[in-house]
Design a protein around this ligand. Structure first.
Ligand code: HEC
Length: 142
């Protein structure tokens, strides 16, 4: 085999690997359950406002849970690369809580296409409010 073909083949393999990498940002990828030991249990009735706001342990758990379950679409540190909304700009307080809770429970499906999978109940209410608590710490004003 001539050297050029070998090199071209290797380059193609890199391109294919990159394409597979991109394809891994997919709605149906596994959601990873998170341990929330130490946080007050919340059960299955959703709170109206974040019960953990400002809670240090919740913020720590939430940072981790975000990296594992949200960052692939919403970006590391919640800085969006454009595939999904930038969650640093969610409204503060109860207004943002309500929208956040709605979205994580329902996901986003339009015309049968899953833009965002439902996060609940694979992720518990505790985990999701922990993520919201962490998001508060990186919040930006519009
Ligand atoms: C597969 C990609 C994907 C994953 C994973 C994902 N999201 Fe989303 N999310 C989206 C998309 C796309 C939208 C916009 C949906 C729309 O506008 O219909 C969105 C919207 C949202 C919104 C509403 C934002 C707004 O400005 O309206 C919230 C809140 C949200 N996601 C939270 C989360 C959280 C928390 C996680 C992790 C537990 C998560 N998402 C995981 C793709 C994703």
């Amino acid at each position: 085999m001539n050297k050029f073909i070998v090199t071209a083949g290797a380059a193609l393999a890199v391109v294919v690997a990159a394409a597979i990498g991109t394809a891994s940002v997919r709605a149906d990828e596994a959601i990873h359950p998170v341990k929330t030991d130490g946080l007050k249990p919340l059960g299955t009735t959703w709170a109206k406002v974040n019960p953990y706001r400002g809670n240090k342990l919740a913020i720590k758990i939430g940072a981790d849970a975000f990296n594992q379950n949200c960052a692939r679409c919403h970006g590391l540190e919640a800085i969006s690369g454009g595939i999904a909304p930038d969650l640093r700009f969610l409204p503060e307080g109860a207004e943002g809580d309500e929208w956040f809770a709605y979205r994580v429970q329902n996901g986003s499906v339009r015309d049968g296409r899953v833009y965002m999978p439902k996060m609940y109940p694979t992720l518990s209410q505790e985990t999701l409010w922990a993520i919201r608590s962490w998001l508060d710490t990186v919040r930006q004003d519009n």
